[in-house]
Design a protein around this ligand. Structure first.
Ligand code: ZN
Ligand code: ZN
Ligand code: FE
Length: 755
């Protein structure tokens, strides 16, 4: 009987390059006895396979249904082509020509196979800090262009030795076509220098144990490392870095060490051990031996990550098990990625430098997340391990560039059904961050091979991103309201397209009436929104100055609640407030000169200040973070509030809360209980307002977004109350709820507009 021979061409799109896809398919083809070829091209991979029809069908099924672990198949197509009579299956060189739609893989934490090699004394890679394979290693941070080939990465200057080349060419080897493949003979090398950049021969572990601070060149930038168990070392680092309150993250030797200091549930463990290896914010154990007041002052949580490169593993031993690992940038400036720059800028901070000779091309911070009470991950900073993977969005769009906000800036470019969010660029008021942002936009456009048709930016006329957008010639622009973008980001992530109610609790954002918004309830979708409720306006003395100085907002609430008595109370309770400053603020309030705000963030600031928890912010969001940390676990009461309707909009008024709260303070009630009651009051008020709105509007889906929802206490309570009332509740997860996520929302709105 003659078998029916066919040939199929299969095109596969998604993350299918640099993760062992071709050797995997090669092995499968051999297993099924097929001939033909596989090739990387700029859109993904293309396969031609020839053999008996039945076996071909099974082969295609196996390729699609059981891809290698790191592959993400977005779509695929297979069609019969003319039989060629090929006699073997082979892997052919990349094709540069086609439409560049490939997806670049994020950096991947060291895999177990490679880790074993690094630890194995008889392996040729024993102790080698740049060991990697197709399942792990650097990707995005070293890639200069697509398609992804060694020549287009910062590994191009390290030609492979014969041993590595052999692995690279062997389709059955774990390092087959592993572009950054390297060994001690041919790959990058590390070296240690003193504070002035002079090479020294010392063991970094011994230096750390002696309390030294070492600047370590990592995957996406420099870290400052210090032994977290030595209090003086941590104190010195804090002093030298002039970071007087902001919490430090730690890297622990292994998950067992993490358990000595933190509570870890299954989901948290899964993320800690994941290939993205983010910093996970964990609840600290009360009996942890660490100097909590130095590492995370005022908070009961600790940011923890596990080693994710071989270099990191080499920083630990049986005595050294927990290191401070904080980004080595100077205050709000960009990550440092260059050796010379590191020595120049950090010589007064670091005692030693652990450097290497591989260039970092794309700077990328550690990602930061938390697992919330619904056991889902909530991203605070989406960067290493996640960028530049695409986020599936519920619509197919024309290419859009959305330039995000001002602080924690990210931008977003869409390509068909995916949104590509950049890493965080930080505060764009710093010139170097702004420069990096612009370079990032060009690199993303090149990497994705798209030319956006529209630029979406925030409505705030003075944001650097808005100015930048205005300066771009010959392209359409669209200004988008800040909280509409927050809402759209949460909708997109949850694949929502129909109209929703949006509860947006945020620090700041330019409103359509010129006020500073931030405690809003909208009805809307990507096309538009109607404002249905907001926190009742309060004056915001001096605009942005007040964001750094919560005591100023406390004065406003005190004065509005109790008049002159409030003023006297303010002088008593707010030591940072001078008579001069308070008189100035009051005079301007009385004259109605101040801008108005409905900001929920500023409300939390005011409460934090009045309770003496945090009166001046030393880092963004400090006052509300410490207020949340101070909240009593067992308190279940809340204060009063008032809802009134004015011109069709519900005004959520918290002055009744202040009227109840101030006597509590005067009666020396425990401030933890007051802090908790404030959280519960807001949650109740939002629920009541949403119930009234649902009745009128008939919409049952609510999305929660905005930076204030990083607050777990508020998120959890709002979620419980709304779910209890039968609302379908959604919120941001792998895209930040804060301003790091608004570029996604802007992109969604703009893509709807250009349709
Ligand atoms: Zn590996
Ligand atoms: Zn080698
Ligand atoms: Fe915001």
């Amino acid at each position: 009987m003659q078998m029916c021979i066919s040939r199929y061409q299969i095109k596969i799109y998604g993350i299918v390059q640099g993760i062992g896809f071709r050797p995997h398919v090669f092995r499968l083809a051999r297993e099924y006895g097929l001939t033909g070829w596989i090739q990387n091209n700029s859109t993904g991979v293309i396969i031609e396979a020839e053999g008996p029809e039945v076996r071909l069908k099974r082969f295609i099924q196996a390729v699609i249904e059981e891809p290698p672990p790191l592959a993400v198949i977005r779509s695929w197509e297979a069609k019969p082509v003319e039989v060629r009579g090929s006699d073997q299956f082979c892997i052919i060189a990349s094709d540069d020509q086609e439409d560049k739609a490939v997806m670049i893989s994020p950096d991947i934490a060291l895999c177990e196979d490679c880790r074993q090699e690094v630890l194995n004394r008889s392996d040729r890679r024993c102790g080698y800090p740049f060991t990697n394979c197709t399942n792990c290693g650097p990707r995005y941070t070293i890639i200069q262009d697509v398609p992804y080939d060694r020549a287009k990465t910062t590994m191009s200057g390290f030609p492979m030795c014969p041993d590595c080349q052999k692995e690279y060419e062997n389709p059955l080897h774990r390092r087959f076509h592993a572009q950054p493949n390297a060994c001690p003979v041919c790959g990058p090398q590390i070296f240690l220098t003193d504070g002035q950049g002079n090479k020294v021969e010392k063991d970094p572990r011994e230096l750390l144990k002696a309390g030294n601070i070492i600047a370590v060149k990592g995957l996406g930038g420099f870290h400052l490392a210090a032994d977290a168990s030595i209090r003086q070392a941590v104190t010195r680092l804090r002093k030298r870095k002039k970071r007087d309150k902001k919490p430090f993250a730690v890297m622990v030797r292994d998950i067992e060490t993490a358990r000595k200091h933190c509570m870890i549930n299954l989901e948290e463990e899964r993320w800690l051990l994941s290939r993205q290896a983010p910093i996970v914010i964990l609840n600290r154990l009360e009996d942890s031996a660490l100097a909590g007041d130095e590492i995370h002052p005022g908070l009961d949580t600790l940011g923890v990550m596990l080693p994710y490169t071989p270099l990191h593993y080499l920083l630990f031993d049986h005595e050294l098990e927990i290191l401070i690992m904080t980004s080595a940038n100077i205050s709000d400036e960009p990550l440092i990625i260059d050796n010379d720059e590191a020595v120049e800028k950090l010589n007064e901070v670091a005692d030693y430098f652990l450097l290497h000779d591989r260039e970092i091309y794309n700077p990328c911070d550690d990602s930061v997340m938390r697992v919330n009470s619904q056991n889902t991950a909530q991203m605070f900073r989406r960067a290493r391990g996640f960028v530049p993977a695409g986020i599936t969005i519920p619509v197919l769009t024309e290419p859009v560039l959305a330039v995000g906000g001002e602080m924690k800036n990210t931008f977003c470019i869409t390509r068909k059904g995916d949104a590509f969010l950049s890493q965080h660029w930080g505060d764009l008021n710093h010139y170097n961050n702004y420069v990096n942002f612009q370079a990032g936009v060009s690199r993303f456009k090149q990497m994705l091979n798209v030319e956006p048709l529209i630029i979406a930016h925030d409505m705030h006329p003075d944001y650097q991103t808005s100015r930048w957008a205005r300066g771009q010639k010959d392209i359409r622009k669209l200004a988008i309201q800040h909280h509409h973008a927050h809402m759209a980001s949460a909708m997109a992530e949850n694949q929502l397209q129909e109209e929703v109610l949006g509860l947006i609790c945020d620090g700041t954002g330019w409103g359509t009436d010129g006020a500073i918004w931030g405690g809003e309830i909208f009805r809307g979708d990507y096309c538009g929104f109607t404002r249905l409720a907001h926190l009742k306006y309060m004056p915001l003395p001096g605009g942005d100055v007040t964001a750094d100085r919560p005591y100023r907002m406390a004065l406003v609430y005190l004065y509005r609640t109790l008049g002159d008595k409030g003023l006297r109370l303010a002088e008593e309770l707010l030591p940072d407030l001078t008579r001069e400053e308070s008189e100035l603020i009051i005079r301007r309030l009385d004259n109605g000169k101040e801008p108005l705000t409905s900001s929920c963030g500023r409300l939390f600031d005011a409460v934090s200040a009045i309770l003496g928890i945090c009166t001046v912010n030393r880092y963004e969001g400090q006052a509300p973070a410490e207020l949340e940390a101070a909240a009593d676990k067992y308190e279940i009461d809340h204060y009063a509030y008032q809802l009134e309707k004015e011109e069709g909009i519900w005004l959520m008024d918290v002055l009744p809360m202040w009227q109840d709260l101030l006597p509590d303070i005067e009666n020396y009630q425990n401030r933890g209980r007051i802090a908790k009651k404030v959280h519960l009051t807001l949650a109740e008020m939002f629920k009541d307002t949403l119930l009234k709105i649902r009745e009128a509007e008939g919409i049952n889906q609510v999305v929660l977004s905005g930076g204030v929802f990083n607050n777990q206490l508020l998120l959890t309570r709002v979620y419980e109350l709304l779910s209890g009332q039968g609302f379908a509740v959604y919120y941001n997860q792998l895209v930040p709820s804060g301003d790091g996520g608004i570029s996604l929302g802007q992109a969604m709105i703009a893509s709807e507009v250009i349709k």
